[in-house]
Design a binder for this molecule. Structure first.
Ligand code: GLU
Length: 552
């Protein structure tokens, strides 16, 4: 006969330390009163999802504002679902979006913080110690039931309209005798370790969730697997152990976990741990065909956080958006002064959306436009340059070579109370400014967007007269405009809109039509930022050569 301790050792072999060792190794944190400890705990099972960033930003904010601790923990115990580079991408996403954590992995091999390892697959020994402790106390047991047998059980339960699961009288391995277990293990039969749940489904537990409020659920009576055949724990067990040893005070996570709360609470109790606070966060939703659904990794590639990087949406706009999703009063707070640090806003659980906010790409674009409009031309240039280096090499080369021209172009109608907002992302820039660069100036005739005035001879007349008599590089904007008006008068166009509206029949057209001709001849486009500035950037020689090229 084995003692229970030997039995635990036999079932979970090669574990270096016992539970007491870890309890001592990870002492209580020394934090100020009110400081809270949070973690974001993504699994590397697909692309990094918008929801992960959302939670990261939320936890970061809550920790910072309470002088607490924010950790990143990688939950990679489901190795069947793990994707290649999954961990690296999570780390890169946090780095790129500058969501800094106090503790967690920096790379697959390095980490910061005294409560690690922060990658679950490196914590096997820790989980083993606690599993053994439960076995010793007869609160966990080995189970040999196979996938096929479980499937059969499920079917049987469906037919008899019973609740699905391994519990009560269905949990037959619960009653296996030690001798039999030893025998079967020696025969190399595969087994997992299950929790010996003391729960009663007819009893209710009442719990206060920080976001959802009061929740009432039946007690757990299912003997959940805690340690799988591959020696790794299930999420249920791993998070309980980790959050205990890392001294997490507030567990924020997706509300798909709410239904597992009874088993988690039960595990805390069985292990003798203090129960942390839980905040179940509603998922970000998407509207499709008039219906709302969760955004998903499978259906919504735009939920991949690297899509925004590729598109060149500034990280500040994304973070601002994440903040608007967290608390609805953030926006009015931020509007007062858009230069303040978003993390000075204090997120509260009470103001979180219980139902799930809508993922609103239009809103992201708007925030992005506003943010870009607030940048200086130099700053904007630098950002576009580093974006292009990664995503648009030819544009990168052009920008480097034509730095001065590019900055001037990006500076048009920037600053001031009502800056122009035509850039929603770094990837918008090229299509908005290409025409300013001579090396790109090779536009087929049919692509010129001439509008009201489109007669070739008339256009020629306007361009030649303008260049010969009315254009002078040294003119300031007012003089320049006066001269455009004079040009109109000379050629039979209304110099101002009022006259034109009163007697349209008296004129060939108006000052706007004439300006359009000059604009299109120099840019090919009928809509551009301020024409005067564009002409100034081009200078007389280039203007003349563009006119000539078109007239040829
Ligand atoms: N690894 C879990 C997930 O990705 C995290 C749940 C939690 O934060 O506890 O859903």
């Amino acid at each position: 006969m084995m003692t229970r301790k030997e039995y635990a050792d036999f079932l979970v072999p090669n574990i270096k330390h016992d539970r007491e060792y870890y309890e001592k190794k990870y002492p209580k944190r020394n934090l100020e009163e009110g400081a809270i400890v949070l973690r974001v705990a993504p699994s590397p099972t697909g692309f990094v999802h918008f929801g992960t960033l959302f939670q990261g930003q939320l936890d970061h904010n809550l920790a910072k504002n309470s002088k607490g601790v924010f950790m990143l923990r990688i939950e990679d115990t489901d190795q069947k679902r793990e994707v290649e580079n999954g961990i690296e991408e999570i780390l890169e996403a946090f780095k790129f979006y500058n969501i800094t954590y106090d503790e967690g992995p920096i790379s697959k091999t390095e980490e910061k913080g005294a409560y690690g390892p922060y990658i679950q697959s490196k914590r096997k020994d820790i989980y083993g110690a606690y599993v053994k402790d439960l076995i010793e106390k007869d609160l966990a047991y080995p189970s040999f039931i196979t996938e096929e047998e479980l499937e059969r059980l499920r079917h049987e339960q469906e037919v008899s309209k019973s609740r699905i699961g391994y519990y009560g009288r269905y949990a037959v391995d619960r009653n296996l005798q030690m001798e039999e277990v030893i025998e079967r293990v020696k025969r190399n039969e595969k087994y997992v370790i299950r929790l010996k749940s003391p729960g009663n489904f007819d009893h209710k537990i009442v719990f206060h969730d920080l976001v959802k409020g009061k929740v009432e659920m039946p007690e757990n009576d299912i003997d959940h697997v805690i340690l799988k055949g591959d020696g790794l724990p299930t999420y249920h067990f791993a998070h309980v152990i980790d959050d205990h040893l890392m001294h997490t005070t507030h567990i924020t996570r997706g509300d798909e976990w709410l239904s597992s709360l009874p088993v988690h609470i039960q595990m805390h109790e069985m292990l003798g741990f203090e129960i942390p606070k839980y905040a179940h966060i509603a998922p970000i939703m998407k509207e499709e065909d008039g219906k709302r659904r969760k955004i998903s990794k499978r259906k919504d590639p735009e939920a991949n956080v690297f899509e925004f990087k590729k598109r060149g949406i500034p990280i500040e706009a994304i973070k601002e958006y994440l903040m608007t999703l967290s608390n609805s009063n953030f926006e009015s707070w931020f509007e007062q002064d858009e230069t303040k640090d978003i993390d000075d806003f204090k997120i509260t659980f009470e103001k979180m959306n219980v139902a799930g906010a809508l993922f609103d790409i239009e809103k992201i674009i708007n925030l992005s436009k506003n943010f870009i409009a607030r940048l200086s031309a130099e700053e904007f240039y630098e950002r576009v340059l580093s974006w292009a280096e990664e995503f648009d090499q030819p544009f990168y080369e052009l920008l480097k070579k034509e730095k001065e021209t590019a900055i001037k172009m990006l500076n048009i109608e920037r600053g001031g109370k009502k800056p122009r907002k035509d850039y929603s992302a770094y990837s918008d820039v090229y299509q908005n400014i290409w025409y300013i660069f001579d090396e790109k100036w090779d536009v087929p005739k049919e692509e010129y967007e001439f509008d009201k005035i489109n007669d070739v001879e008339e256009i020629k007349k306007i361009l030649t007269t303008y260049l010969e008599k009315y254009y002078d590089e040294k003119d300031d904007q007012d003089v320049w405009f006066e001269k455009i008006k004079q040009l109109c008068e000379e050629l039979g166009y209304a110099a101002n809109m009022k006259d034109y509206k009163e007697n349209p029949e008296k004129y060939k057209g108006n000052v706007a039509d004439v300006s359009t001709v000059i604009r299109v001849a120099t840019t090919s486009k009928k809509q551009t930022p301020n024409l005067y500035d564009i002409l100034q950037i081009l200078g007389k020689e280039k203007i003349a050569s563009r006119f000539a090229k078109w007239m040829k």
